[in-house]
Ligand binder design. Structure first.
Ligand code: B4P
Length: 190
């Protein structure tokens, strides 16, 4: 199995690059953001709770996300692997993922971190606000999301660096150029 983690600040291109990776390597795309937005749309109990948190730029509690991922991995035993997009936002989530994959006799193949300067992610997210109208893409929430990223999420990078599994990738430039940088790393893993 190939299990990839796409990591980076909000708007660093995790969702955009995941789409190319799942197509090229025939993996299953797992976006916790997309799952939560679907729950919000369906007005489920989880969705109602997540809506308030997401709109304020907070993270959804670890136990909720981890339980969601345990169900998802267990219910897809036949896939060639996963691209985790937006999942791993805390060290607790990373530790839970390592244990979960171990129970399924597999592991994280690589963590791919997209580096993009803050000014550029803010520009991208404000542009997405104009196109898609996502309620968490306003400047106040974006600034809070960046703060949450620095305090709660960035330490996950160090966690995988210590395991020798972190690959830093320049996330600036055209989408295709960035995908090529990712392919070069992943092709060497196979
Ligand atoms: P996500 O849905 O993961 O959203 P994101 O971090 O904003 O987006 P991403 O980095 O994927 O950006 P994209 O490719 O779309 O999370 C939303 C919220 O859900 C979180 O704030 C949190 O509250 C909650 N949540 C999700 N997962 C969680 C977890 N595991 N634990 C707790 N809470 C969780 O790119 C952004 C824009 O840039 C797009 O418009 C795109 O077109 C553009 N773009 C991409 N690449 C570009 C490039 N190279 N050049 C120019 N524009 C580019």
């Amino acid at each position: 199995m190939i299990n990839l983690i796409l990591f980076g600040a909000p708007g660093s291109g995790k969702g955009t690059q995941s789409a190319n990776l799942v197509q090229r390597y025939q993996l299953m795309h797992v976006s916790t953001g997309d799952i939560l937005r679907a729950e919000i749309k369906a007005e489920t109990e989880l969705g109602l709770k997540a809506k308030t948190l997401i709109e304020a730029g907070h993270l959804v509690p670890d136990e909720v996300i981890i339980a969601m991922m345990e169900d998802l991995v267990a219910s897809h035993p036949d896939v060639k692997g996963f691209v985790f997009d937006g999942f791993l936002r805390t060290v607790a989530q990373a530790q839970a993922l390592d244990l979960l994959l171990k129970r399924h006799q597999t592991k994280v193949s690589a963590m791919l971190e997209l580096s993009v300067p803050d000014e550029m992610v803010i520009e991208r997210l404000l542009l997405r606000k104009e196109k898609e109208g996502r309620s968490d893409d306003n400047i106040e929430t974006i600034n809070h999301r960046l703060k949450v990223y620095r305090t709660q999420t960035a330490p996950v990078s160090e966690y995988y660096a210590q395991q020798g599994n972190l690959h830093l990738v320049d996330g600036t430039g055209r989408v295709e150029e960035i995908s090529e940088r990712l392919y070069q790393i992943i092709d060497k893993l196979a």
